[in-house]
Design a protein. Structure first.
Length: 702
């Protein structure tokens, strides 16, 4: 294998050799033939739409592994390796380990198996979880790295391969394996209340997913029956799928993390290119630029492209902007710096080509066949914030929530967002509320979105940005992580049905607090410690530490603020829904949305609340397909298709009969096109055409 080359197997699996970013070693990187298309639809401002497609690599930090006392730490590791694990699981969960007697260093256990073995889990006995709790995290990191590089021929004589340097006659603390200093990788997941990064050790074999950005702000989409497509991704098996197309050449980015020099490498590269449009950045010149360039320590933190740009401007006495210097407004840096980024798939088309070729080979498609890249998962985003003067709390969601369609569309209708750099405040502020960008009646969007969700069966997952609880600031760290998680789960594993059945999602129920009923059920389901134990070990050494109880249960941080956040949601949902009723637009909503708006505003519809089986049944696929209102959408679509092809025929006929266009009409084969249009119109007018439209969203009659 040679660096810089991609080796693709007949089945589409790809292998590359890359140098470790911070160590003198090389790695073999394998990539699945089929990627996972994660789609983040119209969401509230600051929900992490752009971050879902950004590489995690920029957030990874590298450093050595330290031991306190080499011999004592190796003794602790040896105790873990020799421990008896046959009784760790509760009797009802013994099937989770096919052979509990396997030792951690056994070739029959993978690194992932060992991480799962040593992660606290509800499946474990209380005694075993207590034993795990007594193991220091540094010892666990030592165990995992020993497992990662262990070779079978070492057998029980593995200790002699690990050493530390002797410094000033005393043993040092940086661990070496076969006289090579080991490098570990860490990831930031939020900040504490002092603003300090919370970093966690990644698995030693963790490689961040390569992301191909498929869309950003402006996307055209369509829902089509899967059976009508020549080929679709095997990662999703729905009866209908969503297809999207990016309508933008440049992407409107807000690089929040670029304020930290050298952190957002992509932004620094982009902004160092000529012809880049930037907004809300401070123009640096003379003394201000000199202070940046001559501050050697901090200047070296920039990546090479940004250093070169700033040095050049300083030398030539020109104005320039730095990725770490937003514009000063009233003496404070703007929280809304922006720039236009050239789409990565256009800037680096080879990587997208490789991804498509992998899928082509995997599906055994002919060279001229189109590779259909349908959406595999829909992941909306949320923006959360703690209470501030004049701003109510909205930090009630843990990192990942799932909501059934009624609760999900309550959120879509209210478009409630927390404080975000891209907004002037908080409240109902999202895609559906931006009138200048959408001349359609809001109910049209809601009707279309609901039919799309019901037909495709995409589960209503959402991820948190900003804060999780009032005390844990996460910014967009969770948004970056979501694709890493979804890409590592089998299609069946990431379905809501499977996650609920396995206890990885827990349903939130209404509860009483200080004499009032809190409608926590509006939040749907949230991930649990079982989800963390089962799946987060694919990323972290100690997943239960990275996703601790305070992150999974925000109410533990401040119950009063948690309750106020839920009441904030319920009150906003009520007020927004009442506007639909007051202005009459509720009458343009399809029956499920019509009922939902009344329940949001008044608590019930025709005497039924949101939990009533009849209300929830309105959101089922079986009810949709046999409903008159969906049939009306298909008939409307047929009539509009008839009008479209009639216009085509009129235009083609007029062009063909125009004597000034005779030669052009012949060259363009207008007669043949006219015949095709006439035949198409005849097919559309047939009664059976309606059946071909089933599985699409049709068209809103209103």
């Amino acid at each position: 294998l040679q660096p810089g080359k991609v080796y693709m197997q007949p089945g589409g699996y790809k292998i590359e050799m890359e140098k470790h970013p911070d160590a003198p070693t090389w790695r073999l990187i394998g990539t699945d033939a089929e990627g996972v298309f994660c789609h983040k639809p119209s969401t509230v401002s600051g929900g992490g739409k752009s971050e879902i497609s950004k590489s995690l690599d920029d957030a990874v930090i590298y450093g050595p592994i330290f031991v306190n006392n080499l011999e004592k730490d190796l003794d602790a590791a040896e105790e873990i390796f020799s421990h008896d694990y046959t009784r760790r699981l509760k009797p009802e969960f013994t099937d989770e380990d096919r052979d509990p007697a396997r030792k951690p260093l056994s070739p029959d256990r993978s690194l992932g198996s060992v991480i799962k073995l040593l992660t606290p889990s509800p499946s474990n006995t209380g005694d075993f979880n207590q034993w795990l709790a007594r193991i220091p995290s540094r010892i666990l990191s030592l165990v995992f790295i020993i497992k990662r590089i262990h070779q079978l021929e070492w057998g029980d004589d593995w200790r002699r391969h690990y050493t530390v340097d002797i410094i000033n006659g005393e043993p040092g603390h940086a661990l070496k394996a076969n006289n090579r200093e080991l490098v570990l990788s860490y990831l930031r997941v939020g900040l504490d209340q002092k603003g300090e990064w919370r970093t966690y050790k990644l698995r030693q074999d963790f490689i961040a997913c390569e992301k191909v950005q498929m869309e950003d702000d402006i996307t055209a989409s369509i829902v089509v029956p899967t059976a009508s497509l020549p080929n679709t991704s095997p990662k999703y098996k729905g009866d209908s799928v969503k297809l999207t197309h990016n309508c933008e050449y440049r992407l409107f980015q807000r690089p929040d993390e670029a304020i930290h020099r050298g952190f957002d490498k992509q932004t620094e590269f982009d902004m160092a290119q000529s012809g880049t449009f930037m907004a809300n950045y401070e123009p640096l010149h003379c003394k201000a630029l000199e202070d940046v360039v001559e501050d050697v320590v901090t200047f070296q933190s920039y990546t090479s492209p940004m250093r070169k740009l700033l040095r050049g401007a300083y030398k030539d006495k020109q104005y320039v902007v730095s990725s770490a210097h937003p514009r000063l407004i009233d003496g404070e840096p703007s929280k809304n710096p922006r720039y236009l980024q050239l789409r990565q798939d256009l800037q680096k088309p080879f990587r997208k080509h490789i991804a498509l070729m992998g899928a082509r080979l995997s599906r055994k498609l002919a060279p001229d066949a189109t590779v259909v890249q349908s959406v595999d998962a829909v992941l909306t985003g949320r923006r959360n914030n703690p209470a501030e003067p004049g701003i109510r709390a909205l930090a009630v969601y843990n990192p990942i929530h799932y909501q059934d369609l009624p609760e999900l569309f309550m959120d879509f209708i209210s478009s409630l967002t927390g404080k975000s750099p891209s907004t002037t405040g908080t409240g109902s502020e999202g895609a559906l509320t931006k009138g200048p960008f959408n001349a359609l009646q809001t109910t049209t969007d809601l009707n279309n979105a609901l039919v799309s969700y019901i037909l495709t069966g995409y589960d209503g997952f959402s991820s948190a940005a900003g804060y999780v609880g009032p005390k844990l600031r996460v910014d967009h760290d969770i948004s970056l992580l979501i694709p890493e998680i979804w890409a590592r789960l089998d299609p069946e594993q990431r379905t809501a049905t499977s996650l609920i059945k396995s206890g990885c999602l827990e349903k939130l129920e209404d509860f009483d607090y200080e004499g009032k009923t809190v409608l926590a059920s509006r939040l749907g389901y949230r991930i649990t410690d079982r989800f963390v134990a089962s799946y987060m070990g694919k990323i972290f050494d100690s997943p239960a530490v990275a996703f601790d109880e305070a992150l999974l249960k925000p109410e533990m941080q401040d119950m009063g603020m948690y309750v106020d956040g839920i009441e904030n949601i319920v009150e906003t949902q009520k007020s927004v829904a009442q506007r639909y009723i007051d202005d009459g637009s509720v009458e343009f909503a399809c029956p499920p949305i019509h009922a939902l708006l009344h329940i949001m505003a008044t608590g019930s519809f025709e005497g039924k609340d949101i939990q009533h089986p009849a209300i929830r049944n309105m959101f089922s696929k079986a009810t949709l397909l046999k409903s008159e209102w969906y049939q009306d959408r298909l008939i409307t679509q047929q009539n509009r298709d008839i009008m479209l092809w009639e216009r085509h025929i009129v235009a083609l006929t007029a062009f063909s009969n125009d004597e000034n266009h005779t030669d052009i009409a012949t060259a363009m084969e207008i007669e043949s096109k006219l015949l095709t249009a006439e035949n198409r119109l005849k097919a559309i007018k047939k009664p059976g055409y309606i059946n071909t439209l089933k599985g699409t969203i049709g068209a809103d009659p209103l």
